[in-house]
Design a protein around this ligand. Structure first.
Ligand code: FAD
Length: 454
């Protein structure tokens, strides 16, 4: 049979999460990806909300914890007016205290395959080498996907819901209506490659992401193993001409222009094995959409929006939006909540999370402040009741929403830490209030929406 409850286009973190969470609710799910996994992707620095929230819901947290990825306790930044690099730690937040106060730096070839294999294990029909090129509609509702299969034949499959998780190069996001709007502020270009033998900051922070600003933009420096490091230059629009010639020459010149990164790479050499043996360039990656869903179609992850990578929010936004979409689809298919109401909740929560990162990043790009001023801005923006440091760490850890602070993390915390959380949040740790007036709340298992207790 070629008819499904859900078709997901794209097997990155967003697609695997949406597919797995709808399959877990008992639905027939087809996932199409044009590539064969493992496949390369950029976006290697993850947030605690993804590991301890989403991966826990997917039943994959233990496997990820045991996979040998580099543990990321926080970030080390040479940024703003402070002359010396400063470090933040996820442990500074009460919401992530104890067993959830870290994330991982991952090789996406491995991480994405683990998520996709997990979706397959949960019953998703995964078809690799299948490229979607359009949707079909009946009566204004999207109810199918057209694709080329792995033998080159054109096919059509139908479903009650289609999720577009096919990333920045999506061919079908237009079918939701509306348009993609590129950020007028973040018009940078990224040039990135890999090194062996780079310097590690002293323990316990050796797994931190390091970000260093310099005249032409900033660098990320992400330790992916004891020896392998991802090194990327994010170049301002005004300096983009420097990257127009030979990328190898431009990359070497940019590294020379950033003293901290130059020093970290003093004993390092370029990686020579695929997929790390070449430089890559990405541009036009910061955008939003005026429409995130239409009847029968939801957009998640980079198919919908992405914003500058300095706080590593991409995989978080992809998997979080996938969770919100899955909750909406599961609730409608179970006949529990009106479809419009479910997807308005999906959109409201997704836009809130995206806007937090976007608005804070705009402030953060102004280099005339020190870290304390940045922390204060995070507190203002999130209306956080705790300290400015905690507000900053919650924001960049992806746990400002009740989805992660009360519900998901609560599920995976050790009993002692759960008591600690309950102590901090009081009664609220049990009953989640709606995030917006008149809004919905998550069910106890996190996979559906329900009406709040009144
Ligand atoms: P993807 O991971 O892009 O997956 C989409 C999938 O869809 C792919 O497997 C693709 O093969 C498939 N697909 C595409 N078209 C079709 C089609 N027509 N038919 C079928 N399948 C299709 N994020 C972080 O979290 N941390 C970081 O440190 C970070 N650094 C970044 C640095 C840069 C320079 C950039 C540009 C981004 C960075 N990101 C980072 C963002 C991150 O790369 C993305 O946000 C994340 O990969 C989005 O996941 P996704 O599942 O939406 O899409």
């Amino acid at each position: 049979m070629n008819d499904y409850d859900v078709i997901v286009v794209g097997g990155g973190p967003g697609g695997s999460t949406a597919a797995a969470l709808t399959a877990l609710d008992g639905h027939r799910v087809l996932l199409l990806d044009k590539e064969s996994f493992p496949r390369y992707q950029i976006g290697e620095s993850l947030l605690p909300a993804t590991i301890h929230g989403i991966c826990a819901l997917l039943g994959l947290r233990e496997e990820i914890l045991d996979a040998g990825f580099v543990r990321k306790r926080g970030g080390t930044f040479q940024w703003g007016t402070s002359p010396e690099p400063w470090t933040f730690s996820f442990a500074a937040s009460d919401r992530m205290a104890g067993p959830t106060s870290y994330a991982f730096q991952v090789e996406r070839t491995r991480f994405d395959k683990m998520l996709l294999d997990n979706a397959r294990r949960l019953g998703v029909e995964v078809r690799e080498g299948h490229r979607a090129f359009g949707t079909v509609k009946t009566g204004g509702r999207v109810n199918g996907v057209r694709y080329i299969d792995d033998t080159g034949h054109e096919r059509l499959s139908t479903a009650r819901f289609v999720v577009d998780a096919s990333g920045h190069g999506s061919r079908i996001h237009h079918d939701a209506g509306g348009r993609r709007e590129y950020s007028p502020f973040f018009r940078n270009l990224a040039l990135f490659g890999y090194f062996l033998g780079g310097y590690r900051v002293p323990e316990p922070n050796s797994g931190n992401i390091v970000c260093a600003s310099f005249a032409d933009g900033w660098f990320w420096y992400i330790p992916l193993s004891a020896t392998l490091t991802s090194v990327g230059a994010v170049v301002k629009r005004e300096s983009a001409t420097k990257v127009q010639g030979d990328p190898e020459v431009a990359y070497a010149e940019l590294i020379s222009a950033c003293p901290l990164i130059k020093d970290f790479l003093r004993d390092a050499s370029r990686a020579t094995e695929a997929p790390y043996d070449r430089l890559r360039v990405r541009k036009d990656y910061s955008y939003d959409r005026t429409v995130l869903w239409s009847p029968g179609l939801a957009l998640v992850g980079d198919a919908a929006c992405f914003i500058d990578p300095v706080f590593s929010s991409g995989v978080h936004l992809a998997t979080y939006s996938a969770l919100l979409a899955a909750r909406s689809i599961n609730s409608v298919l179970a006949g529990l909540v009106d479809e419009n109401r479910c997807f308005l909740e999906f959109e409201a929560r997704y836009r809130r999370e995206f806007a937090l990162f976007r608005d804070f990043l705009i402030t953060f790009y102004h280099q005339h402040s020190d870290e304390h001023a940045y922390f204060g801005e995070a507190r203002k923006l999130t209306k956080h009741a705790g300290s400015a440091d905690a507000a900053f760490v919650d924001l960049v850890g992806g746990v400002t929403s009740t989805d992660f602070s009360r519900h998901l993390l609560g599920d995976v915390l050790a009993e002692g830490a759960q008591l600690q959380l309950r102590g901090l949040l009081g009664e609220a740790a049990g009953a989640e209030p709606p995030m917006f007036p008149g809004g919905l709340v998550a069910s106890a298992d996190g996979r559906r929406w329900q009406l709040p207790d009144v």
